[in-house]
Ligand binder design. Structure first.
Ligand code: ZN
Ligand code: ZN
Length: 220
C-alpha cells in the first residue's frame, strides 16, 4: 500500500478502504480554492465550488484572496505564466489540502512548442497537487456572464480531473476532452463519461452524483 507525503492512500488500495481517497475512510479529500488577484467575481468562485461538489466527493475550502505573484508576470504579453502560478500554489497550499486549484480572471499562458508563450484556459500536471484556471478566455463569444461562468466551472472540473489522474478522453463531449486551447468545445460538454468515472473510482476518488450547474446541450 502506498501513501503519499500528505498521508492520502493512493492507487488501487484506496478503493478497498471505502471508494475515496480519504485516509482512514471517512475524511473527504480537501480541495483548496485559491483566488489569485482581485478581479474575479464572487459568483465565479461560487460556480467553481458548486461545479466541483457536483462531480467529486471532496470537501472544498475557499482560501482568502491572494495577490498574483510578481514572479509569474510575463511583461512581454502582459499576462501570467501558468507554470509559475502552479509553483506558487504548490508552495502555498495548506498542509491539510489534498489539491489546490488556483482561480483567476487574468490571462494566463505557458510554452507550447513552437509557441514560446501560448494563452491557455487552464493548466494542470497529471497527479500533481496544484492546477490553475483562468476565466479570461471563457468570455470568448459567450452569450452572457452566466454562460462564461458555466464554462469556467467546466474547466475547473477538467483541470482538477487531471490532478486526480484523468488523462484527456477520446469520448465525444466528455468534460475530459482535449479542449485544444479553445473554450468553445466546452459548450457541447455536460458530464464525465462512464470511462472517466470508472477511472476516477479506480484511482480511489468518489463521485458525488450531483447535478451539473449548467444546462444539458440540446442534441443536434
Ligand atoms: Zn486537459
Ligand atoms: Zn471521458
Amino acid at each position: 500500500m502506498r501513501v503519499d507525503r500528505r498521508g492520502w492512500l493512493i492507487g488501487a488500495a484506496a478503493v478497498l478502504v471505502g471508494g475515496h481517497a480519504g485516509a482512514g475512510g471517512d475524511e473527504l479529500p480537501r480541495v483548496a480554492l485559491a483566488t489569485l488577484g482581485g478581479t474575479l467575481p464572487e459568483a465565479d468562485v461560487a460556480m467553481v465550488k458548486t461545479a466541483l461538489l457536483a462531480f467529486y466527493e471532496v470537501e472544498v475550502v475557499v482560501l482568502p484572496r491572494a495577490d498574483l505573484p510578481k514572479q509569474a508576470y510575463y511583461p512581454k504579453r502582459k499576462r501570467y505564466r501558468a507554470e509559475k502560478l502552479l509553483d506558487f500554489l504548490t508552495e502555498r497550499a495548506p498542509k491539510s489540502a489534498h489539491r489546490v486549484l488556483g482561480i483567476t480572471a487574468v490571462d494566463i499562458s505557458t510554452s507550447k512548442p513552437p509557441h514560446e508563450d501560448w494563452g491557455v484556459i487552464g493548466l494542470a500536471n497529471m497527479g500533481n497537487t496544484a492546477c490553475v484556471i483562468s476565466s479570461f478566455r471563457c468570455k470568448r463569444l459567450a452569450r452572457n456572464a452566466e454562460h462564461a461562468r458555466q464554462r469556467f466551472g467546466k474547466v475547473a472540473v477538467h483541470e482538477l480531473g487531471h490532478t486526480f489522474g484523468l488523462p484527456h478522453c477520446p469520448t465525444k463531449d466528455c468534460l475530459m476532452q482535449d479542449a485544444k486551447g479553445s473554450v468553445l468545445t466546452s459548450d457541447r460538454e455536460y458530464d464525465l463519461c462512464t470511462r472517466c468515472r470508472q477511472m476516477l473510482i479506480r484511482r480511489g476518488y468518489g463521485l458525488s452524483g450531483g447535478t451539473p450547474p449548467w444546462p444539458e446541450p440540446k442534441p443536434k
